[in-house]
Design a binder for this molecule. Structure first.
Ligand code: SF4
Length: 343
């Protein structure tokens, strides 16, 4: 059976203008992104802000059309689908936005927000809509549902609004959910309860997930049994089982991200040996570095090598792909010596 989601050599460019008199310039925010997500699988997509995670999420949600490559849903190119196929795909793949404040219509009550897709997609008959809305609100732990159903978004807390957006995503019985930093705009105290809710729904409903986050600890918590892809400046630089990627990172960028996570005990954080980045500045998409994109910051940079040619994402073990000259050569031959004591 074809995977539920497949990105093949995806590229995405935008035209930008930096001043009134300047020419429009093309910026490539995604370059040769390849990802496969099987039925019911969870993939955490991790990286710093502006690395292309949200653009990838929007391509999978059908909001952005890729400039290059193919985006396949169950083996079919989404942008070559007929109207009915596209409609089926849009129902099956639902997006949970980062910002629950902006993703709800402030003039609509919770009941109307959830009712609309139920009726539009003919999920239930009109006379059964009320019960279905209450059932969905209960599923996302908004109790008592009768009370929440007739509130407006401004009468809800951030966590409650995010629960409403989750309930809205569940109205159409999705097969795959794209959760784009679903807790990053919420108070720390309620983040865990939303993550627990998503985990619970995933287990009960068996839906696949793309979980976008800049936080590796959160990726590990949500996608421990799944896969993790690490992105840097529009490219996937490491991909594999979450446990392996996070417990045993190979790419220098993944190692830096992990070391940067502060510990609860400030003493432990202070004593942590931080890798020495060559620069703290993240290069701009308008002026990408030659060779490996991470070479201007990489603590393991190899002069005359890393700045010459860009490494491709290569299979370096049965479960891991990495794009770094430390682990493979140009033909993709794995440098066994680099793995001593690593894998
Ligand atoms: Fe660092 Fe070189 Fe690997 Fe890039 S290719 S991550 S610069 S060691």
């Amino acid at each position: 059976m074809a995977p539920i989601i497949e990105l093949k050599h995806i590229g995405k460019s935008f035209m930008v203008k930096r001043g009134i008199f300047s020419e429009k310039k093309e910026i490539k925010v995604l370059d040769d992104v390849n990802l496969t997500i099987e039925e019911g699988e969870v993939l955490a997509l991790v990286g710093e802000s502006g690395c292309g995670k949200t653009t990838t999420a929007k391509i999978i949600a059908g909001i952005h059309k890729p400039t290059k490559g193919e985006f396949l849903y169950r083996g079919k190119n989404v942008w070559e689908m007929n109207k009915e196929e596209f409609e089926r795909y849009r129902r099956a793949v639902q997006l949970i936005h980062q910002d629950p404040y902006a993703s709800l219509n402030p003039t609509m009550r919770v009941f109307d927000t959830i009712k609309a897709p139920l009726l539009r997609h003919k999920i239930v008959e009109k006379r059964k809509v009320y019960d279905k809305v209450l059932e969905l609100l209960e599923m996302v732990d908004l109790n008592p549902p009768e009370e929440y159903a007739f509130k407006y978004p401004h009468q809800l807390s951030g966590g409650e609004r995010q629960r409403v957006t989750i309930a809205r995503a569940l109205t159409v019985g999705p097969e795959f959910i794209v959760a784009d930093e679903p807790v990053s705009m919420l108070d720390v105290s309620i983040r865990l309860s939303i993550i627990e809710l998503l985990k619970d729904l995933r287990e009960k409903m068996g839906v696949g997930f793309l979980f976008v986050t800049h936080d590796l600890a959160m990726a590990k918590y949500f996608a421990l049994e799944g896969k993790t892809a690490v992105m840097y400046l529009g490219k996937v630089v490491e991909y594999g089982n979450t446990r392996d990627v996070i417990d045993n990172p190979l790419h220098p960028y993944t190692q830096v991200l992990l070391k940067a996570i502060p510990e609860a005990d400030p003493e432990v954080t202070r004593k942590k040996e931080m890798p020495k980045l060559r620069s703290l500045d993240v290069p701009s998409f308008l002026n990408l570095p030659k060779g490996c994109r991470f070479h201007t910051r990489c603590p393991l940079y190899m002069e005359g090598f890393c700045n010459k040619k860009e490494p491709k994402l290569r299979q370096v073990s049965s479960t891991r792909k990495v794009s770094c000259w430390l682990y493979h050569d140009e033909e993709g031959n794995v440098k066994e010596e680099a793995f001593k004591g690593v894998l």
